[in-house]
Ligand binder design. Structure first.
Ligand code: UGB
Length: 611
């Protein structure tokens, strides 16, 4: 052994080398830097010698061996406490999982109380106005690092059309809504308003470059590039067994297999980025978190922010009534035998067993309302910045993790495939002191929740009456929400018809969409429609300008109103034409673009009236 390496060894306290425990590593050691030898020592000490079992002799694949340690260094530095801490936590959590230990052991669930909002009533209108005033003190954070495995779409989910009538993608809709809120908030403030609401997007290796490309090729959809910051989360090492042996990448023996760590990473990333203090110095007060594909979420934002402000909530989770066993977490009050109590999301796979174990023999079932008594977490969180910074200063943003191995059999000794530790952003309140003000706001589901998560095949198998959470329902829910909002504002909107797309029966409402700058609150919608308006079921209405006033309009066909923002236009009278029709497409038909196939229809624009 070269003397330099011998010296390294004695410095690191590994005088005997790795001859006995990892002979292949020993033979290749001279290729490594001091830092790399140090990492090798960590791996050996943590029982990971199997990683070197198939290493070749020096001279073969030497660059790959160095790249292996580059990866180990990344895995080590991106996890709080490094790989030692990761492996130790994994062993503990895997042992708990094998023993069938309930993470909420000792806690009894009960139904918490929160604020319930109904679109258009007095309290909604007043919360909405307060929220619009407050939004200039907010920063938005979109978690978009997920692959969307359940959807099986090949692109990034934020690039999918929110609806195919205009083809506007989710990211464009989100950005345009934030800009519209920025304008609306500024209008309410006295004096000059320079507010530029910040937007952070958490990406991962799976989504980063495509997200950046989408933004850049579309001029950030009208936002100033400096308003938008991308923070990339790192993946974590996969685990092969209950001893937390790290998994080797199946296609490259010189790499550790990695998978996403979950959306909980957003807290540590925000903390380490320094942005939170920057925002605090700039006078901001709120951070709003949201997910990649909920085309209705911004309908809930102004009023819910108003609730946070009025109730002085440090944490406000947005929720909707939830069907029992629906795949969304349940907001639950957990009370411990020792008196501790917290309001927290209990994930869908944990709620039923927890209820059964604590005196509810039927588990997660609907009550007389037809819904589970536990509101469904839609994972939009509004945090007050001051208390958030205070908490993260203590925790560094680390979130309680969990592990979810799929065991081969009841002995729970081996896994069907490798697993990893995960964490969720909604688990943030778990470490908060009892004095923290944690609340939630329940919105009507038709108004605020239309996620796109499931592929057509799985959606078609969803039990009748439960939502599909598919691209088909996601789009149809946008039309339903817009139709119901207009109805509430006094427009006669025809009833929907039932139709089956990709094996899913859905309500087809008139295809109504508008740009957020036309109306970003219910108050604005009401200000822009007046008189006696009617829209037939087969109609399409697209509103693109800012100052468009709809009065005494009778629509039976397709109408696209696209006027410059500085022009004021009144739209009235009768419009009738052949309109746009929905044509079924099969999700298996690969001649159709994937974006359309996954929703099961395309729009044939036969005749349009334009303004
Ligand atoms: N995400 C990341 O940014 N990084 C990751 O590592 C993983 C995800 P899913 P799921 O909407 O109703 C959540 O996969 O399992 C992003 C809540 O936990 O869609 O359906 C990803 O890009 C659940 O309580 O989450 O469950 C996406 O934007 C419930 O609220 C977001 O995280 C449910 O969503 C969510 O990822 C819901």
């Amino acid at each position: 052994m070269a003397s330099a390496v011998t010296e390294k060894f004695s410095e690191l306290g590994i005088d005997g080398g790795f001859e006995a425990s990892a002979p292949n590593l020993q033979r290749n050691l001279h290729l490594l830097s001091v830092e790399q030898v140090e990492l090798a020592k960590v791996l050996v000490e943590m029982g990971q010698t199997h990683l070197f079992e198939h290493w070749d002799e020096p001279g073969v694949d030497d660059e790959e061996k160095k790249a292996f340690f580059d990866q180990v260094a990344r895995l080590n530095s991106s996890y709080p406490g490094g790989l030692v801490s990761y492996i130790k936590t994994a062993r503990e959590l895997l042992a708990d999982s094998k023993a069938g230990k309930n993470p909420f052991d000792g806690f009894t669930p009960s139904v918490p109380t929160g604020e319930t909002l109904t679109l258009g009533d007095d309290s909604f209108m007043s919360f909405e106005e307060t929220g619009v005033k407050e939004v200039q003190k907010a920063a938005f954070v979109l978690v978009a690092g997920g692959l969307g495995e359940r959807l099986g779409y090949n692109g990034i989910k934020v690039a999918l059309p929110r609806e195919t009538t205009t083809g506007t993608c989710f990211l464009q809709h989100y950005i345009e809504t934030i800009l519209a809120l920025q304008d609306a908030s500024c209008k309410l403030s006295e004096g000059e308003c320079q507010t530029k609401i910040p937007l952070v997007i958490m990406t991962s290796d799976d989504t980063h470059s495509r997200t950046l490309e989408l933004l850049e090729s579309n001029y950030y959809f009208g936002m100033e590039p400096t308003q938008v910051k991308l923070l990339k989360q790192e993946k974590v090492a996969c685990l092969d067994d209950n001893d937390a042996r790290l998994a080797v990448e199946p296609r490259n023996k010189y790499r550790i297999q990695t998978k996403p760590h979950g959306h909980g990473d957003v807290h540590s990333l925000l903390y380490s980025s320094g942005l939170l203090n920057e925002w605090s110095d700039a006078g901001l007060r709120w951070v709003l978190f949201f997910q990649d594909t909920n085309g209705l979420l911004f309908n809930a934002i102004p009023a819910s922010l108003g609730v946070s402000y009025t109730r002085q909530y440090h944490v406000n989770s947005l929720a909707v009534p939830r069907k029992a066993k629906e795949a969304i977490g349940g907001i639950t009050r957990l009370t411990h035998a020792d008196g501790r109590s917290m309001v927290i999301n209990v994930e869908y796979n944990q709620l039923d067993p927890l209820l059964r174990a604590t005196g509810f023999p039927d588990g997660d079932v609907n009550c007389e309302t037809g819904y589970s008594p536990f509101p469904g977490n839609i994972n939009q969180l509004i945090l007050e910045l001051g208390p958030y910074i205070e908490e993260l200063t203590k925790t560094g943003g680390a979130i309680k993790e969990f592990v979810n191995p799929k065991y081969k059999d009841a002995s729970k000794t081996s896994f069907k495939s490798s697993t990893r530790l995960e964490c969720m952003m909604q688990d943030y309140p778990q470490t908060l002191p009892p004095s923290a003000r944690v609340g939630f706001t329940v919105m009507e589901p038709w108004l605020a929740y239309a996620p796109v998560k499931n592929n057509p095949e799985d959606s078609a198998k969803v039990p009748k009456g439960n939502p599909y959470h598919s691209a088909t329902s996601g789009e149809m829910f946008v039309y339903r929400a817009n139709s119901l909002i207009l109805r509430k504002a006094g427009v006669q909107v025809a009833d929907p018809v039932q139709h089956v797309f990709n094996g899913q029966e859905v309500e087809v409402w008139p295809r109504i969409t508008w740009k957020p700058k036309w109306a970003v609150t219910f108050k604005e919608v009401k200000n822009k429609v007046s008189g006696s308006n009617s829209i037939s079921q087969r109609s399409t209405l697209v509103i693109k300008g800012r100052n468009i006033f709809v009065k005494d309009l009778s629509l039976d066909g397709a109408l696209v109103i696209d006027v410059a923002d500085d022009k004021e236009v009144k739209v009235e009278g009768s419009v009738q034409n052949k309109g746009w029709i929905l044509e079924n497409v099969d999700y298996k038909d690969t001649s159709v673009p994937e974006e359309l196939r996954i929703r099961g229809f395309r729009i044939n624009k036969i005749e349009t009236t334009g303004v």
